[in-house]
Design a protein around this ligand. Structure first.
Ligand SMILES: O=c1nc[nH]c2c1ncn2[C@H]1C[C@H](O)[C@@H](COP(=O)(O)OP(=O)(O)OP(=O)(O)O)O1
Ligand SMILES: [Mg+2]
Length: 202
């Protein structure tokens, strides 16, 4: 049995404004007060894990202990099939300290072409970890499948959204309204699973 969340508030252990905006929408119907790592002055831990799970857990546990309240962390990224899942857990690092996603998307395109440009399928992955100050952690995972387009399109969203076209759609994540991305995203799927396992009262 998963541990249930029964508090009134939690800290969102992320320093990414794009994620924080999406979580604000996702949490709206649930009546849970969300504080951000930034507003609590929490440090950004080094993401030394090899998997999304490892990194989500280390971010959530560090924040829960530092804030002394339950903490939710999101570790996510884009996995290109032709690149054996790269950039994967390195998705943020491909953009460098300047968070230059124009450069990161260009690198992705260059590597797809170098790999033969025959398979442009990719998936966004999101692992959420909910940790308590005593160190207990629950994790859930969500995925969105699609393909990588070029050139980038749209100015909504964040990160790699302008090159990601979800399966069965004609708009990239960056061209969609936030409420449309929210219906089908990796983050929304993981969030729904989190609600079912850890937050719903049944
Ligand atoms: O919906 C998304 N749309 C576009 N790009 C995305 C998305 N979701 C993850 N991504 C990419 C960019 C992000 O920078 C990286 C996650 O890296 P990741 O370490 O989990 O997040 P982060 O460093 O940006 O913030 P933080 O660790 O403080 O939560 O993958
Ligand atoms: Mg990060």
């Amino acid at each position: 049995m998963a541990r249930k969340f029964s508090d009134e508030k939690m800290v969102l252990a992320s320093h990414n404004k794009g994620k924080l905006a999406e979580f604000a929408h996702l949490f709206r119907p649930h009546g849970i007060e969300i504080l951000s790592a930034g507003e609590l002055g929490l440090p950004e831990p080094e993401e030394t894990g090899e998997t999304f799970e490892d990194n989500a857990i280390l971010k959530a546990v560090a924040a829960a202990k530092a804030a002394d309240m339950p903490a939710l962390a999101d570790d996510s990224g884009l996995a290109a099939a032709a690149l054996n899942g790269a950039p994967g857990v390195y998705s943020a690092r491909w953009a460098g300290p300047e968070k230059d996603f124009t450069a990161a998307m260009q690198r992705l395109e260059d590597e797809l072409i170098a790999a033969g440009n025959t398979d442009r399928s990719a998936a966004f992955v999101c692992v959420l970890a909910l940790a308590w100050p005593d160190g207990h952690v629950e994790t859930v995972r969500g995925e969105a499948k699609g393909r990588l387009i070029w050139p980038p399109r749209g100015d909504g969203g964040f990160g790699y959204d302008p090159v990601f076209m979800p399966v069965g759609r004609t708009k990239t994540f960056a061209e969609m309204k936030p409420e449309d991305k929210k219906e089908i995203s990796h983050r929304a799927e993981a969030f729904e699973r989190l609600i079912k396992t850890c937050i719903a009262s049944e």
